[in-house]
Write a protein that binds this ligand. Structure first.
Ligand code: ATP
Ligand code: MG
Length: 564
């Protein structure tokens, strides 16, 4: 393609809301345009890369024996009602009605529809079967952000396996896990596979593929010693030994205007470990209290699992005041009158400082069991001070972007929707199911997060929108232009994807654009064209080397071949 004819609306300035580098570069390099919060259109360069990611995923799914199909995105409510997820999804589901008032949603994920479709299979002989699609999903995310990393419309590859039994599911799951490794390796991503929580979805096992990145929204815990890796929601904190100190009598202490843990530690000059925070939540409509030690972070997913609830949010100030009979900042467990979930550390401690449920007062020497009752669970996030849950050595934390998720669902959906098969003896059994997702747009953003510099994107060859850009330094010089045009034709014939920057612009402008859009190889054609020489330069390093035209062609075709 000739640059002069291409639609590459690069931007010099990016909107302030583009906080992370991939979001900024996708806008600056003209890969996509925003339509609304969390809704983006892909422009030609962006679409080419998206299609390449799609192709790699498709090849690996097919290689693993999965069969592609395409479901609708507009889905009738019925099967989601049967599975219970019409409620579970809550406001995250885009819902609409047709002219006859029938309810529909825009599919957020397709377990129900695949299960429904698999009811056409009756015999054990047809199983196992893995089906997949590459299709647009809709989720009305609470906080769409970071461009296509967390958007409200996005493309997902979702696969579903159907087996006769658990052992079959294990094998299908393993096959998908191996395919995922090949996909993310081919996408040149650096990633970790972590154990994930199966909470809300039910199921017997789950792993996430996490691209290591500072801007990742997920925190993962891993152990260098034994290889354990889990996401923050899954990584269990060890249960501490009960404190053997003597429990002292409760004291009511005056703490005027002292609400936060920081204020309290200063005011009482003691460590945050001596406090317990009491946080008031609304879980599926009811008020509950959750307690963690003053120096700990409550993990909301762990709390949701402990409560077995679908929706969890911090209670509003008015509800907090009502239930504690005090201003916000003085909540405590003693005589609270609502369900309390306490972290193991809170239950193991004696003589804690807690809110008194009275404005400007706290209680000292409060002890679980004697002064208050609670359900005890692991509800805090793991920290680097905690031991590895598997081997007891030190644990490390790092951030990651979840690009893929594999999940052993078991019979949750097949039972709910009556997706059964007949086994060898003619007995009806529910199929055993797994599901496997990859976010395409999020993967694309993740590749950019890991492959960029101050000048722009550095695409790995396998997903670059074009392999090569030819830059004639002066388009008015006949020899230069002839060399460029000839090379352009030869490369096109050799099935190399090539851009010819035929614009009458200063070389600096062209180099800048080539760097911004991240084309892996650049061929500069200047004065030495008269001697049959060109400059060959990889986007990822700064050094250009001088080659004859033929040498350049050989090197380029070898590089392109290497990705096949
Ligand atoms: P997250 O925890 O980030 O919200 P999820 O657990 O909801 O992800 P899944 O339901 O497992 O995600 O979806 C499978 C894959 O789809 C994810 O691994 C991710 O790559 C992608 N994905 C999910 N939500 C979004 C989104 N809002 N925008 C872009 N990609 C997404
Ligand atoms: Mg989500």
């Amino acid at each position: 393609m000739r640059f002069s004819q291409m639609f590459i609306p690069t931007l010099r300035e990016v909107p302030a809301e583009a906080e992370i580098i991939s979001h900024q570069l996708m806008l600056r390099a003209g890969l996509m345009r925003k339509q609304a919060s969390g809704v983006y259109s892909f422009l030609p360069l962006g679409l080419r890369t998206l299609k390449k990611i799609e192709k790699i995923i498709r090849e690996e799914m097919d290689r693993a024996g999965a069969q592609e199909l395409l479901m609708s995105a507009l889905l009738p409510a019925e099967s989601y009602k049967e599975s219970g997820r019409w409620e579970v999804f809550g406001p995250e589901m885009f819902r609409l009605k047709d002219r006859n008032n029938r309810e529909f949603c825009l599919g957020p994920t397709h377990e129900e529809i695949f299960t429904e479709t698999m009811k056409s299979i009756r015999s054990y002989r047809a199983l196992p079967m893995i089906l997949y699609q590459i299709q647009t999903k809709y989720r009305d995310e609470r906080r769409p952000r970071f461009g296509v990393m967390r958007s409200r419309e996005f493309i997902m590859k979702d696969a579903y396996s159907f087996d006769r039994d658990e052992a079959g599911l294990d094998a299908s799951y393993q096959r998908m896990a191996e395919a995922y490794h090949r996909i993310f390796d081919r996408l040149k991503l650096k990633y970790k596979v972590v154990e994930a929580d199966t909470g809300a979805m039910g199921g017997s096992g789950s792993q996430e593929f996490m691209v290591t990145s500072e801007v990742g929204e997920a925190v993962m815990a891993y152990c260098e010693a034994c290889g354990y890796a889990a996401n923050e929601e899954k990584a269990q904190c060890s249960v501490p030994q009960a404190d053997t100190q003597e429990a002292l009598p409760v004291e009511r202490i005056h703490t005027p205007q002292v609400r936060t843990i920081e204020e309290l530690t200063t005011f009482l000059s003691c460590s945050p470990k001596q406090f317990a925070k009491t946080l008031i939540y609304r879980a599926d409509g009811s008020l509950v209290a959750a307690m963690v030690r003053g120096d700990r972070e409550l993990n909301e997913i762990k709390l949701m699992n402990a409560l077995k609830c679908n929706e969890l949010e911090m209670a509003d100030a008015e509800s907090v005041q009502q239930v504690t009979r005090a201003q916000v900042g003085f909540a405590g467990p003693v005589a609270l009158g609502i369900r309390i979930i306490a972290d193991h550390e809170v239950a193991a401690a004696v003589n804690l400082i807690v809110g008194a449920n009275e404005t400007d007062y706290h209680l000292k020497n409060v002890t679980f069991g004697r002064d208050f009752q609670a359900e005890v669970h692991d509800i805090r996030s793991i920290t680097p001070e905690d031991p590895c849950p598997r081997c007891g050595k030190t644990i490390s934390l790092t951030r990651g972007i979840e690009v893929g998720h594999i999940f052993k669902l078991g019979t949750k959906y097949t039972r709910a929707l009556g997706c059964n098969y007949l086994d060898e003896t003619g007995t009806e059994r529910p199929m055993v199911m797994g599901c496997y997702g990859i976010g395409l747009n999020r993967s694309m953003a993740a590749i950019i997060e890991q492959n960029n510099d101050e000048n722009g994107i550095i695409w790995p060859m396998a997903v670059a929108p074009y392999h090569v850009i030819i830059v004639p330094v002066n388009v008015l010089d006949e020899t230069v232009m002839k060399t460029a045009e000839d090379l352009y034709k030869v490369l096109q014939k050799a099935h190399v994807e090539v851009i010819l920057d035929d614009r009458n612009e200063r070389p600096g402008v062209k180099f800048k654009d080539a760097d911004l859009i991240g084309i892996p190889i650049r061929i500069n054609i200047g004065k030495k064209a008269s001697e049959g020489l060109v400059e060959f330069k990889y986007r990822e390093n700064r050094q250009a080397i001088e080659l004859t035209v033929q040498e350049a062609i050989d090197k380029i075709t070898a590089e392109v071949k290497a990705i096949e």
